[in-house]
Design a binder for this molecule. Structure first.
Ligand code: GDP
Length: 456
């Protein structure tokens, strides 16, 4: 049902744009060619039809002669508005009764309730932003850490779109030259310089691979970086979590995870959300049960971006590492080795170079551990303003585009016909175009915009 409705129509749409729950103020938004007229029939102090774009007006909102609220109305005229249409935003007091009264008034006067994401959809359909920018609006609203916010802002301001449109237009140039060759196939001419073409394809291949590599970090930043703390009971896992929370003075949430025995704590470190998984309730139990607990931790470990081996400084380190490696039924490469309880060691006995020595109990070495966690992500590219892919749909499209770029490189190297090559390049262009929305299907638009909230 939703799908067939996501077309741009002449309706004026309305919705509460501010969040649910009681705030001091609330915003009700109208978009469409009747927006100003509709609001004007309830607004008293001046005629909104005579007001310029980007202006604010104070007055009363009246319904059937009774005053609903004192409000401030913003007027945005097309095409310089978020949706590209006339927009009215009414700031009223945060009462849900007032909000509903204003919304009802608008609907009675001919507006219709907006569907999820419909304002942003109109912005996209009216060419105010491309698809990846529209998606970033949802990411921006959902961003709850500095890093996630940075990714979304970069994308909303067109960072990703710029990178891609450059590649696409170069590729389109070659594609059209190849098409031309096909038209002249009798005469055996080559309009498209094969050497330049190969250079371009190889360049695109490396850009795509680079973008795809960034997805692991991008996805982790968006959803919180999963860190699995793996260690035998009593090595200090809970104490470490508490220490990290103390150090950062910012715990976002703490809740039981999918399995009863797994605790997830979200801690923000240097503006990045880290999701720590720790097994709980397995202390002082028999070995067999302990190992079940460790198996559960290992299930999480498989999906984690960072694996943290927590060891007890008073026991033989190498044996502990071996034990943990053995318990895991998958090869663990490059775990972050953290040795706890150094307060129990004599001074200068920190012998393992690549390990971080801490005393969780005394809050010692915890800030170094925090920095190491951030370093592991390789966030340099984010700080350099490079594009980081954080959207699974984009990743998939890049993957598909890369497949055809590689085929096309093979074709060229093997001297295959321009016909084949032109097909592969067209496919690559198709998948690149999917990201920014030059190429879309109703299904795709539906699945993107239906994930928005109403009013966005
Ligand atoms: P878990 O089973 O791995 O979660 O371990 P806990 O965090 O419950 O800690 C087990 C025991 O080790 C507790 O008695 C802690 O007080 C103690 N412990 C934790 N960290 C340290 C530390 O840095 N130094 C010392 N001396 N004891 C610690």
């Amino acid at each position: 049902f939703y799908l067939c409705c996501m077309i741009i129509d002449n309706d004026t749409i309305c919705a509460i744009a501010s969040g649910s729950g009681k705030g001091a103020l609330s915003i009700i938004r109208l978009s469409g060619n009747k927006a100003i007229d509709i609001c004007n029939s309830f607004f008293h102090s001046k005629n909104l039809n005579e007001q310029k774009s980007h202006t604010l007006h104070f007055g009363t909102f009246k319904k059937n002669d009774s005053i609903i609220d004192e409000v401030v109305v913003s007027v945005f005229r097309q095409p310089n508005s978020f949706t590209g249409e006339d927009i009215i935003e009414v700031s009223c007091h945060g009462s849900s009764y007032i909000q509903q009264q204003i919304l009802h008034s608008f609907v009675q006067a001919g507006a219709r309730l907006a569907k999820a994401g419909e304002f942003t959809f109109r912005a996209y359909a009216n060419g105010k932003m491309d698809l990846s920018q529209a998606e970033s609006v949802a990411d921006l609203i959902a961003s709850d850490s500095k890093a996630a916010h940075q990714l979304a802002i970069h994308q909303m301001r067109g960072g990703f779109s710029d990178d891609l449109s450059q590649l696409r237009s170069e590729l389109i140039q070659f594609a059209s030259l190849m098409e031309l060759e096909l038209d002249f196939s009798e005469e055996d001419v080559e309009f498209a310089d094969r050497k330049k073409m190969l250079d371009l394809l190889q360049h695109i291949q490396s850009v795509l691979e680079h973008l795809m590599n960034s997805f692991k970090v991008g996805n982790a930043i968006k959803n919180g970086v999963p860190v699995a703390i793996i260690g035998k009971p009593n090595v200090g896992k809970s104490t470490l979590l508490n220490a990290l929370i103390n150090e950062e003075k910012a715990i976002v949430s703490s809740q039981a995870g999918t399995t009863r025995d797994v605790i997830e704590d979200v801690v923000q470190i240097q503006g990045i959300s880290f999701r720590f998984f720790d097994t709980a309730g397995l202390r002082n139990t028999m070995d067999e049960i302990e190992s079940i607990g460790i198996q559960k931790a290992i299930e999480h470990a498989k999906k984690a971006t960072i694996l943290l081996f927590l060891l007890d400084a008073t026991q033989v380190i190498e044996t502990q590492i071996e034990e943990l490696q053995k318990l895991a039924n998958f090869p663990i490469t490059n775990p972050l080795i953290v040795i706890n309880k150094v307060d129990l060691l004599p001074k200068n006995s920190h012998t393992i170079k690549e390990a971080i020595y801490i005393s969780a109990k005394n809050q010692q070495g915890v800030s170094e551990l925090s920095s190491q966690l951030v370093n592991r992500l390789g966030m340099d590219s984010l700080n350099n303003g490079n594009t980081i892919v954080s959207n699974a749909r984009h990743f998939e499209a890049l993957q598909n585009a890369l497949k055809y770029i590689k085929q096309s490189i093979d074709n060229l190297n093997n001297g295959l016909s321009s016909e084949l090559n032109s097909l592969d390049i067209k496919q690559a262009l198709f998948h690149l175009g999917e990201i920014t929305g030059e190429i879309t299907t109703d299904d795709l638009l539906d699945s993107i915009f239906s994930n928005f909230c109403i009013g966005k």
